[in-house]
Design a protein around this ligand. Structure first.
Ligand code: PEP
Ligand code: MN
Length: 263
């Protein structure tokens, strides 16, 4: 179902009036985690002002250490919903397990499946039965074939609204957090009709690399970007090192439009 031979026409996922896929580049942006109402609203206003159509922000965080900030959970979802009402931005947020699908679906427009859950098959099946579009991140060590099979799990349950997200894979390179596999973009375009966006924030782990890789992603044919933006990256509770300030995000969006017009 995910393959281009099955469906030669590129899929455009309609998120309540906003298209992912097709001619326009879509930008999703916001903090790694929802930390407070102030932090979220400041981020939301900034990303909206500079052209994002989606606000991202984790309420349930899959942290490597159990002692790290785990997210505000339901309270975080409520803040996201308020930010949506205030700005009109669509909300994309992670759902970590089958038990929270129902509550996350109440507040979010798009359900994010994180890299660590890309092969959580029961979770994939269950979001496949939901009526919310799904953002499926590539697993940390997943081949493109495994990733497309994960999409297949969702599609085969009836949910046709799957957006793929390249977010870097683990290689021997230590300088960057992950190795952003931009060749995955044209490969996915060849093998699948599904839209693909790129996450240069998790893909590199370093804020100075976000803009160059975002531009490269658009040049490679990506349908959009998901970018971490924080009003005060130094004091972020998660992923500060890879988060852009609102000012840096503004500069990036201007450069992105130039690249998008050129390709
Ligand atoms: C995130 O988007 O904040 C996140 C945890 O991403 P990933 O699953 O790609 O690591
Ligand atoms: Mn993050």
């Amino acid at each position: 179902l995910a393959s281009r031979t099955f469906n030669p026409v590129s899929t455009i996922v309609d998120v309540d009036g906003v298209s992912v896929g097709g001619k326009n580049i879509v930008i999703m942006a916001g903090p790694c985690a929802v930390e407070s109402k102030e932090q979220l609203f400041e981020s939301a206003e900034a990303v909206k002002k500079f052209g994002a159509k989606f606000l991202r922000g984790g309420a349930y965080k899959p942290r490597t250490s159990p002692y790290s900030f785990q997210g505000l959970e339901k309270e975080g979802l409520e803040m996201l919903y308020e930010a949506k009402k205030y700005t009109g931005l669509k909300i994309v947020t992670e759902v970590m397990d089958i038990h929270s699908i129902e509550i996350v679906s109440k507040y979010a427009d798009v359900l994010q499946i994180g890299a660590r859950n890309m092969q959580n098959f029961s979770l994939l099946k269950e979001v496949g039965r939901s009526n919310r579009p799904v953002l499926l991140k590539r697993g940390i060590a997943a081949t493109i074939e495994e990733w497309l099979n994960a999409a297949e799990y969702i599609l085969s349950e009836g949910n046709k609204n799957v957006i793929l997200c390249e977010r870097g894979i683990r290689t021997f390179e230590q300088y960057t957090r992950n190795t952003l596999d931009l060749s995955a973009v044209p490969v996915i375009k060849k093998l699948s009709h599904l839209p693909i966006i790129v996450d240069p924030s998790h893909g590199t782990g370093k804020s100075f690399l976000v803009s160059p890789m975002a531009k490269a992603a658009i040049a490679a044919g990506a349908d959009g970007l998901i970018i971490e933006v924080h009003p005060d990256p130094k004091n972020a509770l998660s992923d500060g090192a890879q988060s852009l300030t609102p000012k840096e995000f503004e500069v990036l969006t201007k450069e992105i439009s130039k690249v998008a017009n050129a390709v």
